[in-house]
Write a protein that binds this ligand. Structure first.
Ligand code: LLP
Length: 420
């Protein structure tokens, strides 16, 4: 579901012509639709058990206005760094709706999260458990903790985004879990009240999720039998979204919800979900202008003014993103769609049929709202991509394009080099 449709042969974002945004902001530019954000959040809320905390995974898209849009709907946040903590708080997400995941939380990050009185620390190692105990105890606080346990289940997704196998760096080994809960009980400043899992992202087969939740629910029972007061179950994120318009859509949140309800109905736990991609992926597009059509290879190259620094997913994961002309006319022609970055991996699509295009035409790369702008860089000294949020007939630049001077401002001349 998205709100990017054609009207009179021209692509719109909600009620705004994409062309109008490009005229105001230039290209490349990310455009997000509030209506899609809202709809996806509501779908997730309807699917989740009543009272569940929907902790939107900030890493998918941490734009402050995106966060505030979700905060206004009641979203919490799943964060992985102090930067994300500060963003979530700045956007109006209360500490009491924030969970903190990640394998490498530093003492100062733990401290910042304690100050914000977050809902839960998803602890991923014995070292982190001991450090959190020290930091919390030193401040006279008790940290609510869920241990992220690694259920050793293959999520059947791309190798670079699978996290739940024993080989993966995430979570504590299943075999260590009971020992670590016993340790947690003895550590000052720790209240181990939850179990947490997250087995991967862009999961399109519900079976691994089913197995993982079943295993986690089993652990809740085992731990309770051992005298631990476990009141929360965090099932992570990971539900896949459709990237191809004509592919069979991945399982609906409602099908996932059925599985979740089946495992948690009689468990008497507060359920936490950490959806990221599901909320934002199809709420965003990346719009780019064709700089050149270059003939000479097996197929013409369509060279865009967006590159892998703007949207890394195709280069990093061979990810497929649908591409549409903003004003399609002309016969379908096969192109290799590439960016301007000096890397052979800077390819958005190979042998892709698109309407015959010329320099100056506008292209939209779809499903770019998740892991798009956040994974952007200024490689090749290219400015970070601006972001625009649309709501009905309105649009607003929610992150502007930095100037070249601003991009150089963080740097200073080495003392032994004379300024020019
Ligand atoms: N919770 C935890 C602990 C996570 O590590 C993640 C994602 C999520 C929740 C949200 O997962 P989602 O619902 O978005 O699948 N950059 C990659 C995806 C990396 C996902 C990292 N963790 C990509 O572009 O496909």
């Amino acid at each position: 579901m998205n709100h990017f449709d054609y009207r009179d042969g021209e692509l719109f974002a909600e009620d705004v012509p994409v062309r109008a945004i490009v005229e105001a902001v230039g290209t490349p530019v990310y455009i997000y639709a509030s209506a899609t954000l809202t709809r996806h959040f509501e779908v997730m809320r309807e699917a989740a058990p009543p009272g569940a905390l929907i902790a939107y995974s900030v890493k998918a898209n941490g734009n402050l206005s995106v966060l505030r849009t979700l905060a206004a709907l009641g979203a919490g946040a799943d964060i992985v760094s102090e930067g994300e903590l500060r963003r979530a708080l700045a956007a109006g997400i209360p500490g009491q709706k924030i969970v903190f995941s990640g394998v490498g939380k530093t003492a100062s990050e733990l401290d910042a999260a304690l100050s914000a009185q977050i809902y839960q620390f998803n602890v991923e190692s014995e070292g982190e458990l001991r450090l959190l105990s020290q930091v919390a105890n030193g401040r006279g606080r008790t940290a609510p903790v869920a241990l992220r346990v690694n259920p050793d289940i293959d999520a059947q997704t791309h190798a670079k985004i699978t996290t739940g196998t024993a080989e993966s760096k995430f979570g504590v080994a299943w075999a260590d879990a009971e020992r670590l809960y016993a340790l947690a009980k003895d550590l000052p400043g720790i209240d181990a009240c939850g179990v947490d899992i997250h087995i991967g992202s862009q999961i399109t087969d519900l079976r691994p999720l089913d197995l993982a939740i079943e295993k986690a629910a089993g652990l809740v029972r085992t731990l309770r039998a051992q005298g631990h007061k476990i009141t929360r179950l965090d099932v992570g994120g990971g539900l896949g979204v459709p990237y191809m318009l004509d592919e069979e859509p991945p399982p609906l949140p409602s099908a996932y919800a059925k599985i979740l309800a089946g495992h948690t109905r009689d468990l008497d736990v507060h359920v936490i979900l950490e959806p990221g991609r599901l909320i934002v992926a199809n709420a965003g597009i990346l719009v780019s202008r064709v700089t050149y059509i270059k003939e000479g290879g097996p197929r013409p190259f369509m060279i865009l003014d967006a590159g892998m620094n703007d949207l890394l997913r195709p280069a990093l994961y061979d990810a497929w993103h649908d591409i549409k002309a903003v004003r399609p006319d002309g016969e379908l022609t096969a192109y290799d769609v590439v960016g301007p970055v000096c890397e052979s991996a800077d390819i958005f699509a190979k042998d892709r049929e698109l309407p015959a295009s010329k320099a100056g035409d506008l292209m939209a790369i779809l499903t770019a709202g998740a892991y798009g702008a956040v994974q952007g860089s200024s490689y090749n000294a290219r400015p970070l991509t601006p972001e625009v949020l649309v709501k009905g007939r309105q649009f607003s630049v929610v992150r502007r394009r930095p100037t070249f001077d601003e991009m150089m401002q963080l740097e200073t001349w080495a003392e032994w080099l004379k300024p020019l």
